[in-house]
Design a protein around this ligand. Structure first.
Ligand code: NAD
Length: 264
């Protein structure tokens, strides 16, 4: 664990995982719980928050849309009054957004995708920074995507938001390094789970191909011919948050079997 100057050694480290009540975020949150962290998660979906709370009574779960500045402010006010510190912020929230040619994407859909995937990360970081500065350090981890390294046809707002995240990561790492705050991005390839299953279904329908054919095409996108598991992402997050990651900042770390192409 990375210890920060002002933390009494008897108190647990504190982490916030955005969109942490399901999917990859939930695996990340549960990995921190297993390591004895004090875990906060937020999610936009009330049912998901209830389910997560029932399964993880030791965590603090609240409703928040990360794109909503007032909700994010309230989330951090609650976190601050309960724990008074934040050691790790995992900015995980991100939506797929519209899947269409750019000329068919509405400005509203564009704005919503950028609002969740980029503005939301900024809104949470700007609340976390004063807490981390006060305690003498911290770790901010953005969950980006291998789409941040390539063009991604039919997903222009998603790709733009993830490329934007790398700009935010590199810049915050420079601004905050002198305060002992490390900022990194993890760029997963296709992660096993509901979301990639839905993407494969949609591609199969639109291209008149079978699910197995589409799945095989996704596997051929990377050198290792692999999908990533949510636990792979959680393991990288835990590494970056730990003492082992103490000298790592400003990095965009591919976790994708080495993506070679986005062609399917
Ligand atoms: P998901 O679609 O399974 O959603 C996880 C949770 O996010 C849900 O509980 C949902 O309610 C919540 N959420 C959605 N919008 C929110 C908002 N505005 N505020 C708060 N919570 C919100 O997502 P996932 O597959 O677990 O992906 C997590 C992150 O990983 C995202 O940033 C995504 O872009 C990135 N990623 C995912 C994959 C993949 O294949 N699944 C690949 C690369 C990167």
């Amino acid at each position: 664990m990375t210890a920060h100057a002002s933390r009494p050694s008897t108190e647990p480290l504190v982490v916030l995982v955005t969109a942490g009540a399901s999917g990859i975020g939930r695996t990340i949150a549960e990995s921190f719980l297993a390591k004895g962290y004090r875990v906060h998660v937020c999610d936009i979906d009330p049912e998901t928050v209830d389910e997560f709370s029932t399964a993880n009574p030791g965590a603090v779960a609240g409703l928040a849309d990360v794109a909503d500045a007032a909700m994010v402010e309230q989330l951090f006010a609650q976190l601050g009054s309960r724990d008074g510190r934040l050691d790790v912020l995992v900015n995980n929230a991100g939506i797929v957004g519209p899947v269409a040619q750019a000329e068919d994407i509405t400005p509203e859909d564009w704005d919503r995708t950028l609002a969740v995937n980029l503005r939301g990360h900024f809104l949470c970081a700007r609340q976390a920074i004063p807490l981390m500065k006060r305690q003498g350090g911290g770790s901010i981890i953005m969950i980006a995507s291998s789409a941040a390294f390539f063009g991604c046809p039919l997903r222009s707002p998603y790709a733009a938001s993830k490329w934007g995240l790398l700009g935010l990561t590199k810049t915050l790492a420079m601004e905050l390094g002198p305060a002992g705050i490390r900022v990194n991005a993890i760029c997963p390839g296709s992660v096993e789970g509901r979301r990639i299953d839905a993407v494969i279904d949609s591609d199969a329908r639109s291209q008149g191909r079978t699910r197995d054919e589409i799945r095989a095409s996704y596997l051929r996108q990377n050198s290792l011919r692999t999908f990533v598991s949510p636990q792979d992402v959680a393991n990288m997050v835990m590494f970056l948050a730990s003492e082992s990651g103490a000298r790592i900042s400003g990095q965009a770390i591919g976790l994708d079997g080495n993506t070679e192409t986005f062609a399917i």
